[in-house]
Design a protein around this ligand. Structure first.
Ligand code: NAD
Length: 359
């Protein structure tokens, strides 16, 4: 689709370019992913994420602002590097799928710090799945055993295929062992990924899924302290990519696994409240991933070590994704222009502009 101006001629005849904000709908995002190619998209996004992790200290950082209810959570995730400002609106409602709705939906905005004007408004449901997968695989590139090719995937919902593609593109993982309490979810992943070069085994239990796996991804949705993995299920030397525990009272791993693992996190003040480590005392040692990526802290230090990425999703990853999409739009046409900002000829005559619109 070509960019199209949805402004209302007559009300404000010639809004300046700055007043028209590119909007990327779900349709546009899908076109963009297909134009770029999903694996190249994930690889390039991974580069944006890693480069932003390497300049971590520059960013405004705050734990996301969460509004909890019995059924789920609605969150705002803002950050800025001083040049651009971004935020994401995202929900997490595990019960939604039973009603035919997504567990996670999102949209986001990037703005120019110099003017405060938005420069991009975009869907982020698809983009969140891409950025979560790209982050998981970028982290695994630093922590997983070298040469890993097999990944157990426990929880085969909306995020799964994205995780599979990211781990192949970024880490070279091409053997997947799938398990979900709902076999229809596993069947869906098998269907979506068949014929695409993956070696896939659908498993009947979490234990079976972990046989021979160097990487274990848990990506389940349940608003409770769940125990998807118990201590005796996890062998030494694996890398755990724990994606689904991302809210107070919502975890996936038994505490004893955490006590055996070297734990890596995004932003400790957020992860201590939302991640697997909410089960541990507040001073339990963790390593921030930006330090590993910057070479300031070691990643995996021995073959027998269990490395655990306690992923909750941090605003800087969304910021990287927003930056990436903005840059890609420069040479594409996957957006429309929204007349989103008032643009009176005289900036102080906002009321005059409103009055003139009457006629
Ligand atoms: P989804 O609802 O589409 O899929 C979740 C799957 O988990 C379902 O198929 C369900 O049957 C399965 N499941 C539930 N309990 C299970 C169990 N005990 N054992 C095995 N499978 C089980 O959700 P989604 O969009 O794929 O998201 C998955 C999780 O990831 C959610 O909890 C979400 O909040 C979280 N998430 C985290 C990040 C992050 O950055 N860390 C980003 C996006 C989503």
């Amino acid at each position: 689709m070509s960019p199209q101006n949805t402004s209302q001629p007559g009300h404000n005849p010639e809004p300046s370019d700055l007043a028209l904000v590119p909007f990327v709908s779900v349709d546009h995002m899908m076109s963009l992913v297909h134009r770029v190619g999903i694996e190249r998209f994930l690889l390039e996004l991974s580069e944006y994420i890693e480069s932003d992790f390497k300049r971590w200290e520059l960013f405004d950082k705050t734990p996301r602002i969460a509004s909890h209810s019995k059924e789920g959570v609605i969150e705002l995730m803002p950050t800025s590097d001083g040049e651009d400002y971004g935020f994401k609106y995202v929900n997490g409602h595990p019960k939604n799928t039973k009603e035919g709705l997504q567990t996670v939906t999102a949209f986001g905005l990037l703005a120019d710090v110099a003017t405060g004007y938005p420069v991009l408004l975009t869907e982020m449901t698809v983009l969140t799945a891409l950025r979560t997968a790209a982050t998981s695989a970028t982290v695994a590139k630093h922590l997983a055993p070298k040469g890993s090719r097999t990944m157990a995937m426990i929880g085969n919902g909306a995020q799964s295929e994205f995780q599979a593609f990211a781990f192949r593109a970024i880490c070279g993982v091409d053997k997947l062992r799938l398990y979900d309490i709902d076999p229809r979810a596993t069947e869906k992943v098998v269907r979506n990924l068949s014929g695409l070069g993956f070696d896939i085994v659908a498993c009947g239990s979490p234990e079976e899924s972990m046989e021979g796996a160097e990487i274990i991804t848990t990506c389940t949705a349940d608003k409770q302290l769940a125990t998807i993995l118990t201590d005796n299920m996890v062998g030494n030397g694996v890398h755990i990519n724990a994606v689904g525990g991302d809210c107070p009272g919502k975890t996936e791993l038994h505490k004893d696994i955490l006590l055996r693992s070297e734990i890596f996190v995004e932003f400790p003040p957020q992860t201590r409240v939302e991640g697997e480590i909410q089960q541990l005392p507040g001073d339990h040692p963790v390593t921030e991933m930006w330090r590993v990526m910057s070479g300031e802290a070691p990643g995996r230090t021995s073959a027998g070590q269990i490395t655990l990425f306690d992923s909750v999703g941090f605003a800087i990853e969304d910021f990287s994704a927003l930056r990436y999409v903005r840059d890609k739009l420069k040479d594409g046409d996957e957006f429309i222009l929204l007349d989103m900002l008032a643009d009176p000829d005289d900036p102080r005559d906002l009321f005059g502009m409103l009055q003139r619109a009457k006629g």
